[in-house]
Design a protein around this ligand. Structure first.
Ligand code: HEM
Ligand code: HEM
Length: 180
């Protein structure tokens, strides 16, 4: 398998990025709408199956996506980018990789430790662990707190990412194939 290219990311890296990114943003968007959208219980219930299905998919795919990034390492930084920006970008990337696994994991844990089976569209994926109050509370806290903080981190990433893509396209100094 190819390593990440010196000055960019190969096709597999870009497929990995976008499959996980679309699933993650879908689950995050649904989670925020369910929590803060002022919907009634019935409407929230209707969105919950899609939220869980996307989240479980992100977790399964994320094991591969994050594991592969750990094995491959990140692509080399652009030397023209100021050091402080490179450090922030690296921190943001690590936080996003952690969230790809921790958000769905905490969702799954608060379900099974709260006396519920993990069910998606009526299909049972995991049995209930019974009532484990401390784990339920910890996972619930993590899901809510990390959910809000990662929304801020992601906003920063998207603004930086779009600026990055736009600058490269405007300069036409690197082929599109090397970008995410
Ligand atoms: C519209 C949404 C997004 C855009 C425009 C975008 C754009 C980018 C760009 C341009 C890079 C390359 C940065 C560089 O070369 O230094 C990148 C890297 C990265 N992005 Fe995103 N991104 C988006 C959403 C996401 C989401 C939702 C996640 C994870 C939850 C994510 C996680 C990452 C990570 C971990 C990297 C580092 C390289 C890798 O492991 O793939 N991105 N993104
Ligand atoms: C990428 C994966 C996921 C993301 C980004 C995500 C995000 C969120 C967010 C932002 C909320 C609103 C939290 C709040 O402020 O109250 C939420 C709620 C919720 N999520 Fe997730 N979630 C993911 C995966 C999952 C999974 C896999 C499950 C369960 C199998 C799950 C179950 C729930 C439940 C039950 C709630 C309602 C929480 C409550 O009422 O306190 N989530 N999610």
């Amino acid at each position: 398998m190819e390593r990440a290219q010196r000055n960019g990311y190969d096709l597999l890296a870009r497929v990995n990025h976008w499959v996980a990114a679309v699933g993650f943003m879908g689950a995050l968007g649904l989670g925020l709408v369910m929590a803060y959208g002022g919907l009634d219980r019935e409407a929230v219930g209707g969105l919950m199956d899609w939220h869980k299905a996307l989240g479980v998919f992100v977790f399964a795919f994320g094991l591969w996506r994050v594991g592969w990034r750990i094995l491959q390492g990140f692509a080399a930084d652009h030397l023209s980018t100021p050091v402080w920006q490179r450090r922030i970008a690296r921190g943001v990337h690590i936080a996003l990789l952690a969230a790809i696994l921790l958000m769905p994991l905490s969702g799954i844990l608060m379900t099974v430790a709260g006396s519920r089976e993990l069910q998606v569209f009526g299909v049972t994926l995991l049995p209930s662990l019974g009532e484990i109050a401390w784990l339920d509370a910890l996972a619930d806290w993590m899901h809510g707190t990390l959910g809000l903080s990662i929304t801020g981190v992601l906003a920063l990433h998207i603004i930086a990412g779009l600026k990055h893509l736009w600058l490269r396209v405007a300069r036409e100094d690197e082929p599109m194939a090397q970008q995410i």
